[in-house]
Ligand binder design. Structure first.
Ligand code: HEC
Ligand code: HEC
Ligand code: HEC
Ligand code: HEC
Length: 187
């Protein structure tokens, strides 16, 4: 009898707990927040590397006449900068609830750290950042193999992009343009 009760409890309680765990939503804190600790020479200047990359300008690109003519050719009724069909790949968190964005988060900053690494509110403290396991448990996304990295790139660099050029799919070469490693000697 006791066994039966335990089984029932497990059956009805466990899914509820699981659902809660997977429902955890982390908050987007914006590239400047990540940059507070990821800008020094010693850390590997990730902020500078990102700022000089095309990703940080992806929102600005949508303001251009070229972008509007692409949007028009696709039959969109709004300017590129207001179109979900463009914003979805050109900014971080375009469709995310306002309460999941901190005050410091700016969509205008384009494709940001958190687009690739996950929303950072719960992993950004030094203590957690230094504990890889904990950081990952708190939402940090890492890419440990070339396959994982390429899969990430292909999420946006694909034929759904109106300007997609099949010649621009050498992801190893493209990675070199944006790579931002932590120097080996501090790891
Ligand atoms: C308070 C400082 C601080 C902030 C803010 C911060 N980081 Fe970090 N981060 C660190 C430190 C320090 C390390 C290096 C840990 C080590 O060397 O073990 C690190 C490591 C990392 C790593 C590599 C982890 C690994 O184990 O390979 C990634 C990726 C990362 N940070 C991304 C981010 C992103 C994205 C943000 C913004 C959401 C961010 N960090 C905000 C301090 C910070
Ligand atoms: C969230 C969507 C998204 C993801 C994910 C993404 N990119 Fe991009 N990337 C863009 C957009 C949008 C542009 C164009 C920005 C512009 O020119 O305004 C771009 C431009 C670039 C450029 C400059 C243009 C070129 O072809 O030389 C490079 C290099 C690049 N991305 C590399 C990468 C790599 C490597 C990855 C994977 C590690 C990656 N991107 C992942 C959206 C993304
Ligand atoms: C599936 C993701 C995706 C979507 C959706 C998307 N883009 Fe892009 N966009 C990219 C990527 C990746 C690049 C950089 C490489 C390339 O051209 O494919 C880019 C580059 C651009 C560029 C710069 C091209 C150049 O020659 O430098 C413009 C302009 C642009 N996109 C406009 C738009 C407009 C307008 C829309 C909406 C109608 C849109 N994009 C929708 C991913 C996307
Ligand atoms: C377009 C996607 C993308 C963007 C944007 C991006 N990263 Fe990364 N980042 C990656 C990938 C992929 C790796 C894994 C590197 C590898 O495969 O060697 C990585 C690795 C890292 C590492 C660990 C490097 C190491 O040596 O282990 C840090 C730290 C980091 N990123 C921080 C940042 C910060 C801070 C920003 C924003 C200023 C940022 N990243 C923006 C994709 C991105």
């Amino acid at each position: 009898m006791l066994k039966k009760i335990v089984l029932l409890v497990v059956m009805f309680v466990a899914p509820a707990i699981l659902a809660q765990e997977t429902d955890v939503k982390h908050i987007f804190v914006g590239a400047k927040t990540c940059g507070m600790c990821h800008k020094s020479e010693k850390q590997g200047k990730q902020l500078d590397i990102w700022k000089t990359s095309a990703h940080s300008k992806a929102y600005e690109t949508l303001k251009t006449a070229e972008a509007d003519s692409i949007a028009k050719a696709k039959g969109l009724s709004t300017n590129a900068i207001l179109s979900e069909a463009c914003l979805k790949c050109h900014v971080s968190g375009y469709n995310i609830n306002a309460n999941l964005k901190s005050e410091k988060f700016n969509m205008e900053d384009g494709v940001q750290c958190e687009t690739c690494h996950g929303a950072g509110s719960d992993y950004k403290s030094t203590k957690i950042m230094k504990d890889e396991k904990q950081a990952v448990a708190n939402g940090l996304k890492l890419f440990n193999t070339e396959e994982e990295r390429v899969a990430l790139c292909k999420g946006c660099h694909n034929s759904e992009s109106p300007t997609f050029d099949t010649c621009k799919t050498d992801f190893a070469k493209m990675w070199i343009k944006i790579k931002h490693d932590i120097p080996k000697d501090i790891k």
